[in-house]
Structures are given as structure tokens and as C-alpha cells.
Design a protein around this ligand. Structure first.
Ligand code: NAG
Ligand code: NAG
Ligand code: NAG
Ligand code: NAG
Ligand code: NAG
Ligand code: NAG
Ligand code: NAG
Ligand code: NAG
Ligand code: NAG
Ligand code: NAG
Ligand code: NAG
Ligand code: NAG
Length: 838
């Protein structure tokens, strides 16, 4: 395996210009070494002096996980006892700390995006970061921009933000800044095109699928939010399980070396997804810097790196400069976010909520205190409730059904309004669909400290108002439902649709959803209530789009709300909205099709061969770009959402700026530096005398003969440490810095024409004008809080990047000659203002 994967990489070099069906990834070597630019200078200097004192074994220790359940965290690197440096702790998840207690369960990424509020993106990041910091975690494994959301049924879309790359990019950047301001390394993942769960990993003779995408689509869609992440200074990027052009994410020299480390000038470290690692030497050269969980397979006891990496340096196959670059990137991320001052010892264990247990759980060794039950929640409940409400999209509201005004009676119907009878955390990694849905399932989860079910908050509110209250949790007992709703002022029906990560199957759904309808008979339940009650209010807790065309058109369904998966304050958040204590302001972050076929892209459930190919033939046309291009009318469009007030748009102004011409980055890097000297005497790399070996634990020591004269068919240039050319589109974090030159300042007046105070999300779209461009693409947005009759100016600075296309020949961004139009309005299909960009 070690050798054959090297050969695989080499084999890829031979083929070029293949079609997408079996596209191959071009080789790109050597792996760019860190240079310490773009706000990384201080961290780089500190990392250099730290790394310069390390021995070979100590350096290898920082690159390699100790193996599954080797230590307290979900991922742990080796340590440096000589310097009293404990190993790095990497911990899930993107919505709160996984596998511990006294933590918060935040709203999903998708909900957060639906607020379209950068302040909330960053506050959530900062709150999550501080919780991770106070449990002793070095790196939070989030946020997520892969999956982006190519297919609505894909299982992990909710962990990320939106299929729109700009909305996701802004959310990534703000979340990263929030996490890292709290003194914790953020990890942008899963890089890249990890767009479905089925066949994401090798299984028997069937390889993980290959996402095959053309260069233009890569830049204009999937890479875009990762560029924003790098620009925001993200410390770490996690590669994905899948292949990209038939080369694994963990050893794809084109995506890692060329795109991420060269063009985007990424200065932090690349970590593998857990066991997404498939080779030793070739992954090192392809740009991977840290392997997780460290073992080759779950609890396999052996590793591609660790002692194998030590051997590969000792036998001269891997040059010192490359190992040093891996370690200096890891330590630079550590210093950049201030881990040297923010760090507290790890005070929890992923593997047990008990106070005492094994520090090395796999080996059942080291019984001690493992969990101090540190309460890290602070006042985050308020923020969680605010985001929950601010992310609830009001899709339909007829006859002023909402907000509720002290109704004399209400009925709350549906299992999704009620507690999970087994308990809030009874399903491991939330792998079930019982009771109210406030989180999907998989590794992207956290334990709930508590979960306010809608029935709890709504019944409390009813008691306060002296409103008669009935409820039914059973989705199948229509007689009880009929009895409960009859004669009430309003019947509020809850339904959900769930999804998650592939390693858990729920009701036959192996991560990805099998369908786009509601779960557990909820569609029939809603139809039943609507057939007998003239004021049926429907609330959906779903992980993405579901088919709602019938609800939309049903005369008795007076209101329809999407509440997403809002986290621990779910019931309070929806009550705030239903009663008007918070005026809805959220906008849908995805398109609602009328039928599954409308999206044009879908999950592939059954591989067509042992090397499943996923050609992204649709190019940049996913979600609204596809609906617009094909003139498909959705149930609700991207960016749509109602309020309890109304807004008008006027007075579009476009001011052209003159930033000067775009200059491609030129010149060369310095040659690869090394830090300190390493001892190449193999005898010194063996286990020290008397060393206690923890069983199945991954170490850097050699206890086998070092292979020295194997035939390695390595691609050209892998070891080249001489100065390398910079890329025209590169040179700065996220790409050429002139891409952020302001070309136009666009402004518009937004007025609250209704009678209550509310927040409007003005959205700015651009038509790039070329024959192969989408009708419009989102570029900017804001959240304006307006009193009745109040007006405010929405301003957006259109950058060069905003009006550019990727040119595959020059490998750079270009502003085409096509006439460009800017649009401003309240959704992707309600754009009252437009003007040409001169
Ligand atoms: C994948 O192959 C396509 C078609 O040859 C090419 O345009 C694209 O740049 C390749 N991408 C990667 C990541 O290898
Ligand atoms: C490598 O890390 C392991 C696990 O933390 C530790 O036991 C070992 O002493 C470290 N080795 C060196 C050379 O620091
Ligand atoms: C080692 O680190 C721990 C935790 O940071 C600290 O309590 C201890 O004093 C340090 N020991 C030495 C010898 O520096
Ligand atoms: C080194 O890698 C080879 C090939 O994958 C593997 O068989 C071996 O177990 C590894 N060695 C160690 C010590 O993990
Ligand atoms: C050096 O060691 C590595 C790790 O065991 C091995 O994969 C590689 O083939 C060796 N190189 C040579 C030239 O034998
Ligand atoms: C937690 O403690 C209980 C009671 O001592 C024990 O039965 C259980 O196995 C422990 N759980 C873990 C994960 O160690
Ligand atoms: C109404 O809600 C309460 C609180 O969750 C629950 O205990 C009760 O079973 C529900 N009633 C019905 C009929 O489902
Ligand atoms: C869709 O899937 C859910 C969850 O497995 C299931 O409850 C529902 O019945 C399915 N819908 C249809 C129409 O089959
Ligand atoms: C609406 O509800 C009323 C009962 O109030 C019922 O008679 C009517 O059939 C319902 N309409 C539809 C379209 O189901
Ligand atoms: C390698 O190290 C061992 C033990 O430290 C020592 O005995 C031996 O002489 C060294 N070999 C060389 C070539 O320096
Ligand atoms: C190196 O190769 C030679 C033959 O080319 C062989 O005799 C020798 O055993 C090999 N040495 C090692 C350490 O594999
Ligand atoms: C054992 C240990 O170091 N526990 C730490 C747990 O976290 C708290 C607060 O974050 C620290 O103060 C403790 O030192």
C-alpha cells in the first residue's frame, strides 16, 4: 500500500485533458513551504524558534495522531515530554464540543447562515471557540464549506452554511475569526467536494467516489469559501475522504500544493479527515501535514507516518525541509491564535462522561481523573436563542395568522414538538429521529446540556396568557389529533426531516436522505390537520429543503415556517417568532424545489462501478443558479423570507472606483528553509531503554529495519527545495490581494413601510454577463434594523473578485468584456433595483 500509492500519484502525471468522467489530477510539486506572510509573521518566528530545538522524533510526534482512543480527545498528536509540551488536542464539532458535558449545543451552520448576519456568525464562532478553549482543546474541527450543498439530500449540508459560495465564504471567515479570537485553531473542512455521504470511503473492493470538476467551477464555486477561510487566517484545513479527479483528498498534490498552499497561500497545516489517509511518502509530498487519527485504520495499531515517517526521513526519501515545513505550519497555527497563553490542560475525555477512567481508553491504561465537568456554557444560551429566532424563515403568512395575539386556545401537534421520550442525548451522536429535531446526526454534533422542546415553551407561554392548551405527540393517532385541534384558535403542527453522517443509518437513511419529504408520517399529519382546521400553522425542523408545494397552496395552512435545526433553545426561539417577540428576518439559504428532479443534481446512492465517478457536469449551476438557468419555478427561491412588516427599496447608486489595473503576482519564493539539525543515526530513533509502550498507541520510534533501497517511482520535483515561481493569482492569503480592490460602491435605500420594527436583509446580486454565466450570483448582503417609516442606506463595495471569472488559460481571474448588471432586493427573485456596472 505504502509503495503502490506512490505509484498511483505518479501514474496521474501521465494523463492530461481527460474528460470529467475519468478526470485525473495534474501533479504539482514540490509542496510549497511556509513563508510567514499575511499576518503570520509573528507566529512563524515563534514557531521557528520552537521547531529548531526539536529532535527528529519530536517533530514526527507533532505530525502524527496517537491513534483512535489513544488519549482524551477525538484527535491527539504525540507530545514532547522533554519540553513539557503536551500533544495537540483536536476535537469535533462545527456546532459545539462533541462528546462532553456542560457544553452548549449551538444552532447548525445552516441555521446560522439563515440569519445573514455577520455579527451573529462571528459571535457564534467566538462562543464556540471559548468553550473549546476552556476544555483544553487546541483545534475545533469546523467550520464546514464542504459539503457546500450541491445536492439537497446530501447528509451533512446542515453542518455547513449554504450552497451559495459567497454566503458560505462570509460565514466561514467570520466563524473562523470568532473561533480564533477565542484562542483556538479553527479547521476549515472538508477540503474539497465532499458533496455526499454514500461511498465517501473505500469499502471492500469499491473505492471512495471521485468528484470530478473542471478548473473554472472549482474556482468560481467550491474553492471560493476556502479562499475566504484562508484570507481570514484559518489555522488548519481538513482534507476530505473522497477523491478529487481520482486522487484522494489527502494526497492530491493539485488541490493541496497547487491550489491551497500556492495559489491561496495557505500558511497553516493540512490535517487528514479521520483515516482519510492512504499513503506515507506520497501524502507527505502532496502537502498533507498531520495525520488523524494517526492509525492506518480504526484502532489498527500501525500508521503511515509515525515510525514510518521517521524511517522515510532517515533513509533520505523525505528531505528535512519538508518535515520541518509540516511541523512549523502546525506550530505557527498554534502561536497565531495564542495557544501559548490560552492553553489550559485538557479536562474532559471524549470517551467517557465519568469523572474517572482511562487516559488511554483503547489500551485500558492509566486510570485517573479524566473529566472535571467544567461548565463552559457562559451566557451562550442567549446567543443560541437569538440565532434560533433570527434563523427561522417565515415562508407563508396569510390573513395575519402570525404573530399570535393572546389566542384563547392553541393546539400543538406532532412528535417534532415534543421531547425525545428516551432522553435528549439517548441516541449516540444523535443517531435517531425521536422527538423534536434540533441537530442532525454524526460527528458534527454535541451533547445537549438541555433541550427546550417547542411544547415546553409554547405551553408555558399559553399559561402566561391564559390560553387553553392541548397537544398530541403521536403522528399517527389522528383521532386524538382531531380531538385536540377541534375548536382551537390555531393548530400548530410540527414536522421534521433529518440527515447526518454515513457511519450511522437512521430509518434506512445512510447519512444522505433517501427522499425530500417529511419523516415519520408528518406530511400526512399536516394534511390531516389542514383538512379540518382553517388556521393550521406548520413549523418545519429540517436539515434542508423538503417538498412543500402542497402546504404552500393549501388554503387552511395559513402560515409556514422553516426553523431548521436550531440547537438547545429550539422551543424558546420558535415561541419568540410565533408570538412576535422577535420579528422574523431570516431568508432561505437554499432553493425549495417543487419536486426532487428540479435541482438537477442529486446523491448517487448506488455506485456504477468499483471506481465511482461523479462528474460535476452541471459546472457552477447548482441550487438557484440552476433553477434560474432552466427557468424552473421553485416553491420558494433562494434568499426568500417574510417579515411581520414590509420593506421597500429605492435610490440605487453606483459609484465607479479606480483601483488601477490588476497585476499578476510574479517572482519566486525563497528556497526551502530547515529548522535545527536532525540526528540521522537510526540507533537513536529506537525506543529508549525501559520505555513503556502503550498497546496499539502510535509512536515515532523505529523497531524495524529501515528500508533503504526500495524502488520509488516518485513524481518529478518532489524534493526540490530551490526557489519556486509564484502563481499569478496567488501571492497573498486567499489569492492575489488586488482581487479585493474595490471597483464600485453600490448603495440603495431600504425603508420599513410597515407598522412594526423589523430587520431586512438587503441582497446584492451581479450578472457577470457571459454566455456561460449564471443569470445572477449573490455578492453582498447586510442586516438593517429599521423602525416603522425608517430608512437606511445599504452599501456594498463590489470587489474585483466579485466581477471576475476564472480564466483557465492564464490561470488567473479576469474581468470579461461582457456587460455586467447589479441587482438589489429582498430575494434572488425579488430584485426591484438594477443598474449597469459602467
Ligand atoms: C480535474 O480535471 C479537469 C478536467 O481535466 C480539470 O479541468 C481540473 O482542473 C482538474 N481538477 C483537479 C483538482 O485535478
Ligand atoms: C512522543 O509522544 C508520545 C505520546 O505523547 C510520548 O510518549 C513520547 O515520549 C514522545 N516522544 C518523544 C521523542 O518526545
Ligand atoms: C508543565 O506544564 C504543566 C501544565 O501546563 C504545568 O503545570 C507544569 O508546571 C509544567 N512543568 C514544568 C516543569 O514546566
Ligand atoms: C508502515 O507502513 C506499512 C505500509 O502501509 C505498514 O504495513 C506498516 O505496518 C507500517 N509500520 C508501522 C510501524 O506502523
Ligand atoms: C524509506 O522509508 C519509507 C518508510 O518505510 C519507505 O516507504 C521508503 O520506500 C524508503 N525509501 C527507500 C529508498 O527505500
Ligand atoms: C462509567 O462508570 C460506570 C460506573 O462505574 C461504569 O460502569 C462505566 O463503564 C463507565 N463508563 C466508561 C465509558 O468508562
Ligand atoms: C403533551 O406534552 C406533554 C409534555 O411534553 C407530554 O408529556 C404529553 O404526553 C403530551 N400529550 C400528548 C397527548 O401527547
Ligand atoms: C421519506 O423518508 C422518511 C425517513 O426515512 C420516511 O419516514 C418517509 O416515509 C419517506 N417518505 C416517503 C414518501 O417514502
Ligand atoms: C379547511 O378546513 C375546513 C374546516 O374548517 C374544512 O371544512 C375544509 O374542507 C378545509 N379545506 C381543505 C381544502 O381541506
Ligand atoms: C549511532 O548511535 C549509537 C548509539 O547512540 C552509537 O553507538 C553509534 O556509534 C552511532 N553511530 C554512528 C555512525 O554515529
Ligand atoms: C538492497 O538491495 C540489494 C540488492 O540490490 C539487496 O541485496 C539488499 O538486501 C537490499 N538491502 C536492504 C536493506 O533492503
Ligand atoms: C486538570 C486541569 O488542568 N483542569 C483545567 C480544566 O479547565 C479549567 C478551566 O478551563 C482549568 O482552570 C483547569 O486547570
Amino acid at each position: 500500500m505504502w509503495i503502490s500509492s506512490v505509484a498511483t500519484v505518479t501514474g496521474l502525471a501521465a494523463v492530461a485533458n481527460a474528460q470529467l468522467e475519468h478526470a485525473l489530477s495534474p501533479p504539482h510539486y514540490p509542496s510549497p513551504w511556509m513563508r510567514g506572510g499575511n499576518g503570520w509573521q509573528d507566529a512563524y518566528a515563534k514557531a521557528q524558534s520552537f521547531v529548531s530545538q526539536l529532535t527528529l522524533l519530536e517533530k514526527v510526534n507533532l505530525t502524527t495522531g496517537v491513534g483512535w482512543e489513544g488519549q482524551q480527545c477525538v484527535g491527539n498528536t504525540g507530545s514532547i515530554p522533554r519540553l513539557n509540551f503536551t500533544g495537540l488536542c483536536l476535537q469535533d464539532s462545527p456546532l459545539g464540543i462533541r462528546d462532553t458535558d456542560f457544553n452548549s449545543a449551538f444552532p447548525s451552520g445552516m441555521n446560522t447562515a439563515a440569519t445573514w448576519t455577520t455579527r451573529l456568525f462571528k459571535s457564534r464562532g467566538n462562543a464556540m471557540g471559548s468553550e473549546h478553549r476552556d476544555k483544553g482543546i487546541d483545534a475545533q474541527l469546523g467550520p464546514v464549506a464542504g459539503p457546500l450543498g450541491r445536492s439537497p439530500a446530501a447528509g451533512r449540508n446542515w453542518e455547513g452554511f449554504s450552497p451559495d459560495p459567497v454566503l458560505t465564504g462570509v460565514a466561514m471567515a467570520e466563524t473562523i475569526k470568532g473561533i480564533q479570537d477565542a484562542g483556538v485553531i479553527a479547521t476549515a473542512k472538508h477540503y474539497i467536494m465532499n458533496e455526499q455521504e454514500h461511498n465517501r470511503e473505500n469499502s471492500g473492493s469499491i473505492l471512495a467516489y471521485s468528484s470530478n470538476v473542471d478548473d473554472k467551477t472549482m474556482h468560481e464555486l467550491y474553492l471560493w469559501p476556502f479562499a475566504d477561510s484562508v484570507r481570514a487566517g484559518v489555522g488548519s484545513v481538513m482534507c476530505s475522504y473522497n477523491n478529487i479527479n481520482n486522487s484522494f483528498g489527502s494526497q492530491n498534490s493539485y488541490t493541496l500544493n497547487y491550489l491551497l498552499k500556492n495559489e491561496l497561500d495557505f500558511q497553516g497545516f493540512v490535517v487528514s479527515d479521520w483515516w482519510a489517509h492512504h499513503s506515507g511518502v506520497s501524502s507527505v509530498f502532496a502537502g498533507l501535514d498531520m495525520t488523524m487519527a494517526g492509525d492506518q485504520g480504526l484502532a489498527s495499531g500501525n500508521t503511515y507516518w509515525g515510525s514510518n515517517l521517521t524511517a522515510a526521513v532517515l533513509n533520505g526519501t523525505i528531505p528535512q525541509w519538508r518535515l520541518d515545513d509540516m511541523v512549523v505550519r502546525i506550530m505557527s497555527a498554534y502561536y497565531k491564535v495564542g495557544r501559548d497563553t490560552a492553553r489550559v490542560p485538557i479536562n474532559f475525555s471524549s470517551w467517557s462522561l465519568n469523572t474517572t477512567g482511562y487516559i488511554h481508553p483503547l489500551a485500558s491504561e492509566g486510570f485517573q481523573t479524566i473529566n472535571e465537568h467544567v461548565n463552559v456554557q457562559g451566557d451562550h444560551a442567549n446567543l443560541i436563542r437569538e440565532i434560533g429566532g433570527a434563523s427561522t424563515v417565515l415562508l407563508k403568512n396569510t390573513n395575519n395568522a402570525l404573530p399570535l395575539k393572546k389566542p384563547s386556545s392553541i393546539a400543538v401537534i406532532g412528535e417534532d414538538a415534543h421531547d425525545n421520550p428516551g432522553g435528549i442525548n439517548s441516541c449516540s451522536d444523535r443517531g435517531c429521529d425521536q422527538g423534536t429535531l434540533a441537530m442532525g446526526w454524526g460527528s458534527g454534533t454535541a451533547n445537549f446540556p438541555y433541550l427546550i422542546a417547542p411544547v415546553t415553551a409554547l405551553s408555558a407561554r399559553a399559561a402566561r396568557d391564559q390560553t387553553a392548551f392541548t397537544n398530541v405527540s403521536n403522528n399517527y393517532d389522528f383521532d386524538a389529533v382531531t380531538k385536540a385541534v377541534t375548536g382551537t384558535d390555531a393548530a400548530i403542527v410540527f414536522g421534521n426531516a433529518n440527515s447526518g453522517e454515513a457511519y450511522i443509518t437512521v430509518d434506512g437513511n445512510a447519512g444522505d436522505r433517501n427522499n425530500l419529504t417529511l419523516w415519520g408520517n408528518a406530511d400526512a399529519l399536516i394534511a390531516h390537520v389542514a383538512s379540518i382546521h382553517p388556521n393550521t400553522i406548520v413549523v418545519l425542523h429540517t436539515v434542508g429543503a423538503v417538498i412543500v408545494e402542497e402546504f404552500k397552496n393549501h388554503p387552511n395552512i395559513t402560515a409556514l415556517l422553516w426553523a431548521g435545526i436550531p440547537g438547545q433553545e429550539s422551543g424558546n426561539a420558535i415561541t419568540d417568532i410565533l408570538y412576535g417577540d422577535r420579528v422574523p428576518s431570516a431568508k432561505s439559504v437554499f432553493t425549495w424545489g417543487k419536486q426532487r428532479e428540479d435541482w438537477g443534481t442529486d446523491v448517487v446512492y448506488t455506485p456504477e462501478s468499483n471506481t465511482p465517478q461523479q462528474p460535476y457536469n452541471e459546472g457552477v449551476f447548482i441550487d438557484y443558479r440552476h433553477f434560474d438557468a432552466q427557468n424552473i419555478e421553485p416553491s420558494y427561491e433562494f434568499g426568500f423570507g417574510l417579515s411581520y412588516t414590509n420593506f421597500s427599496y429605492s435610490d440605487l447608486k453606483i459609484e465607479k472606483q479606480n483601483p488601477g489595473p490588476y497585476e499578476p503576482t510574479t517572482g519566486q519564493t525563497s528556497s526551502a528553509p530547515t529548522f535545527g539539525t536532525i540526528d540521522l543515526n537510526a540507533t537513536d530513533a529506537s525506543f529508549p531503554p525501559g520505555f513503556h509502550v502503550v498497546p496499539l498507541y502510535i509512536y515515532p520510534y523505529i523497531n524495524f529495519p529501515i528500508p533503504r533501497n526500495q524502488t520509488l517511482d516518485l513524481p518529478a520535483g518532489v524534493s526540490d527545495s530551490s526557489p519556486q515561481p509564484k502563481l499569478p493569482a496567488g501571492g497573498s492569503g486567499g489569492g492575489n490581494r488586488q482581487l479585493w480592490d474595490v471597483m464600485y460602491i453600490v448603495s440603495a435605500t431600504v425603508t420599513n413601510t410597515g407598522s412594526v420594527k423589523g430587520t431586512e436583509i438587503p441582497q446584492l446580486y451581479i450578472c457577470l454577463g457571459g454566455p456561460s454565466d449564471p443569470k445572477i450570483v449573490l455578492r453582498g448582503f447586510d442586516d438593517l434594523i429599521l423602525d416603522p417609516n425608517e430608512s437606511e442606506t445599504f452599501t456594498y463595495q463590489v470587489t474585483r473578485r466579485d466581477i471576475s471569472n476564472w480564466d483557465t488559460t492564464t490561470q488567473n481571474w479576469v474581468v470579461s468584456d461582457s456587460p455586467k448588471t447589479v441587482y438589489v432586493g429582498s430575494s434572488s427573485r425579488n430584485l426591484p433595483l438594477q443598474g449597469g456596472l459602467p
